[in-house]
Ligand binder design. Structure first.
Ligand code: ADP
Ligand code: GLC
Length: 473
């Protein structure tokens, strides 16, 4: 392999959010562009693992302080994958059902990263590029550069892609003994705010840093959950590369998960069929414009404002909307979104939980998708919704700003608002409902958005060009 992607998530093996979609797709498109890629991730005891078979690639041990863990590197045997996928199994640490959310996540991910390096260390042909994704893999660039044990890896260029700088994985210096031996005078490289900070460590040690949209790169210099100064200081080695979408998985013409397949020629009947299916299932009136939200119910997504935004919308007779929510996260937000069902039966419904298939049907059947995000490093939902002819209503931030143009502008096709604010978002939904009343224009825009190209081809090439500049150094 020339390029190894290291990540905690990869679709369809394990997915919490967009990180999985990106790591599932980018290597595939890089392969198509002529680079040999592979992915390595943890082995979780989840539904995917239960359904698949593996070949043992390597066995070894990893230490954390005084503890020693056996680990196995398993290679997936599954023909539908277009790149080799390896999973690290560490019994007692990684082999659990969920990806994150355990008390010992620090131990789990430090052990994972050391296991990855122990594995790579014994390759006869080392990868040319080590590409790390988010903080769970953020100690790798440091360890590869500084740890005595990994000295033979120190000349391999490393890239860190920041999908989300809100999460940094900080832990106390009490756990410094988890690290392989290195010259302690370099401890500044792992420190931020008196803690060991894996994301900061990667920003300092990786040869290059990328963010998942150009706007997010700029925004991080003033809002990065404490790392603003660092990201500003490292701007010389940082680039923003907008994510793509996997157009094989997210294709309304072939998607096996939706109620009826459609393309831009027959979008009218295709959208109608999927909308009917949804409205029937969720007791909504299909003649009204259908507004949907899909996502993690957390502050970054502006999710705590949704109940009030929807209340305003449902109480506004001029809008006359149907609303459908798919999401999970903060229990208080889940509760508030569930509570709305009782007062707005027939006009509002919510499925609280995670359901991959339902998300596809909603992208296919809704008229509008609401994204009042406070922070949105890229956002894939709006790109999926474009491809499925669902008009996005977004707060202009990060990747949303880079992908959606308001209908008031030349060739505009979305509805944008400036701030994550109840009134602004409610007003944006009102503007969307006015657009819905103008059916010829609404349908024209729907056809227009289905043609926008957000495939991975150009982004995959941007990454390859970046690797090349590092290899030329
Ligand atoms: P983030 O990674 O911050 O959550 P993205 O927009 O990049 O945001 O990606 C979110 C991904 O997760 C999309 O594929 C979206 O469809 C999916 N998703 C989010 N919440 C749910 C859910 N409750 N059920 C199914 N899919 C979901
Ligand atoms: C993160 C971000 C999201 C982005 C995704 C994939 O989870 O929150 O905006 O689309 O990563 O890069």
């Amino acid at each position: 392999m020339e390029i190894i992607h290291i990540s905690a998530e990869c679709y369809p093996v394990a997915k919490v959010g967009g990180l999985a979609d990106v790591v599932g797709a980018l290597p595939k498109y890089q392969n198509k562009a002529g680079k040999k890629t592979a992915v390595v991730m943890p082995f979780y005891s989840n539904a995917f693992a239960a359904k698949n078979t593996y070949r043992l690639d390597h066995q070894n041990q990893v230490t954390l302080g005084n503890l020693t863990y056996d680990f196995e590197v398993l290679q997936l045997e599954n023909d539908s994958f277009e790149y080799p996928l390896y999973q690290i199994k560490i019994p007692g640490l990684l082999d659990r059902e969920n990806v994150y959310g355990y008390e010992d996540d620090t131990e789990r991910y430090v052990a994972f990263q050391k296991a990855v390096l122990n594995w790579i260390l014994q390759f006869e042909n080392k990868p040319k590029i080590i590409h790390c994704h988010d903080y769970h893999t953020g100690l790798i660039p440091f360890m590869a550069l500084q740890a005595h044990k990994y000295v033979s890896l120190k000349d391999i260029p490393s890239v860190l892609t920041i999908h989300n700088a809100q999460y940094q994985g900080q832990f106390s210096f009490d756990k410094l003994n988890y690290f392989p031996e290195y010259d302690l005078s370099y401890s500044g490289l792992i420190e931020w705010d008196q803690m060991i900070n894996p994301l900061a460590a990667a920003v300092k040690s990786a040869w290059a840093v990328t963010t998942v949209s150009p706007s997010y790169l700029i925004e991080l210099r003033s809002a990065a959950n404490g790392l603003e100064w660092l990201l500003d200081n490292e701007k010389g080695k940082s680039t923003g590369i907008l994510n793509g979408i996997d157009t094989d998985v997210w294709n309304p013409a072939t998607d096996p998960m939706i109620s009826k397949n459609f393309n831009k020629q027959n979008s009218l009947s295709g959208k109608r069929n999927n909308k009917m299916y949804l409205c029937d299932k969720f007791n909504l009136d299909p003649s009204k414009p259908l507004f949907a939200f899909i996502g993690r119910l957390v502050g970054e997504k502006g999710a705590e404002l949704l109940p009030q935004i929807f209340e305003n919308t449902l109480n506004n007779p001029e809008v006359n909307a149907s609303i459908l929510v798919l999401g999970s996260g903060d229990p208080a937000i889940e509760q508030a979104l569930n509570d709305l069902k009782a007062t707005h039966e027939g006009n509002y419904n919510a499925y609280i939980g995670y359901d991959e298939q339902l998300s596809h049907i909603i992208y296919a059947g809704a008229d509008f998708l609401v994204m009042p995000s406070r922070v949105e490093p890229c956002g894939l939902n709006q790109m999926y919704s474009l491809r499925y002819g669902t008009i996005p209503i977004v707060r202009s931030i990060g990747g949303l700003k880079d992908t959606i143009t308001d209908i008031s502008e030349k060739d505009g096709f979305g509805i944008c608002h400036e701030n994550t604010d109840v009134n602004e978002a409610s007003n944006a939904i009102f503007r969307a409902s006015e657009l819905f009343k103008d059916q010829p224009r609404f349908k024209r825009i729907r056809k227009q958005i289905m043609q926008i190209d957000h495939s991975w081809d150009s982004a995959a090439t941007n990454y390859i060009e970046l690797y090349q500049t590092l290899l030329n150094k």
